[in-house]
Structures are given as C-alpha cells and as structure tokens.
Design a protein around this ligand. Structure first.
Ligand code: 4NP
Length: 166
C-alpha cells in the first residue's frame, strides 16, 4: 500500500524570531491536537526573509506568550528563506504582504512550485490579512499575534487535511 507523503508547511516572516516561530509552534500543537502525526502527516518549519537573526532562538517575548499556552519554542533556531524551500515545501505561508512579495520574487521563474499564501487567508478573525510585526511593541502585540496565528492554523489544518476541528 502506498503511504501518502506528509504535507510540508513553511511559515515565513521577516526575522524568524517572532511571528513565524510562533506560527510553527502553534501550528504543530494544533495539528497534533487534531490527531495528525508529525513526519507522517505533516512537516513544519519556519524562516525569515532577512538574515539579521540567523542562529538565534525566538524572541523571549514570543517564547513567553507561547509558554503560557503550554507551547515550548525555546529550541527553535532562526534561519533565512532559501530558494530550495520553494521545492522542499508544499505550502509557504507569509505573515505579511512584504514577506509574500519577497517569496514571489524569489520563485518567479519556477514552474509549478508550492502554494504561496498570506497565512491569515486561512483565519476567520477580522484582520487586514497581515500578522502585525510585534518586534517593536509590547507584550500585548505578541498575544494578539498568538490569537491570529491560532485561528489561521486551525483554518489551514481544516483546509489542507479536510477535517473539522472541535
Ligand atoms: P519577525 O519580527 O519578522 O516576526 O521575526 C521581527 C524581528 C526582527 C526584526 C524585524 C521583525 N528586525 O528588524 O530585527
């Protein structure tokens, strides 16, 4: 019997220390809670379009916002988006339109390729399509990101795996 390949999800922001590692952690937790198996059913990762924070752990405020929810992202390490990501992943989920434009410029000449979307296209929360960059703000910005990312994660899982979540 053929085992279907896992669907591969890459979350993309600017620095890969705030929004996209939060998205990776929340998406992983929601997918596991929905009964999906990591490696077998899904693979997820995150990266940044910029290189300033490569090698760093997520921002302590992002770590704290998720620790409150029982999600540990302290072991993640920032990396930069690379061209191979466009063939190594099935879904590239951009946190804002600047990230989306960056991915699209990088992938312009590739035939086929992954589905590239604004992550919040999968959220049913009221928003302008972007996860606001919380880096220069306070803790409340991180909590707002957490709520937006959670709703988009649930919507994406329902869409990609055709399952309804309780
Ligand atoms: P992120 O936030 O894109 O959500 O990781 C940022 C982190 C760092 C910077 C900008 C945004 N920065 O300019 O260093």
């Amino acid at each position: 019997m053929n085992t279907p390949a896992p669907q591969r999800f890459l979350f993309v922001c600017l620095g890969n220390i705030c929004r996209s590692p939060m998205a990776e952690g929340i998406f992983r937790a929601e997918a596991l809670a929905a009964g999906l198996r990591e490696e077998t059913d899904f693979i997820c990762d995150s990266c940044g379009t910029g290189s300033w924070h490569v090698g760093e752990a997520p921002d302590v405020r992002a770590q704290a916002a998720l620790a409150e929810q029982g999600i540990d992202i302290s072991g993640l390490t920032a990396r930069q988006l690379r061209r191979a990501d466009l063939s190594d992943f099935d879904w590239l989920l951009a946190m804002d339109r600047q990230n989306l434009a960056h991915i699209e410029r990088m992938g312009r000449e590739l035939p086929g390729g992954p589905q590239v979307s604004l992550f919040l296209d999968f959220s049913d929360m009221d928003h302008n399509g972007e996860v606001p960059d919380p880096y220069y703000g306070g803790e409340e910005g991180f909590l707002h990101c957490e709520r937006l990312i959670r709703s988009a994660s649930r919507g994406l899982i329902a869409h990609a795996f055709d399952r309804t979540l309780s």
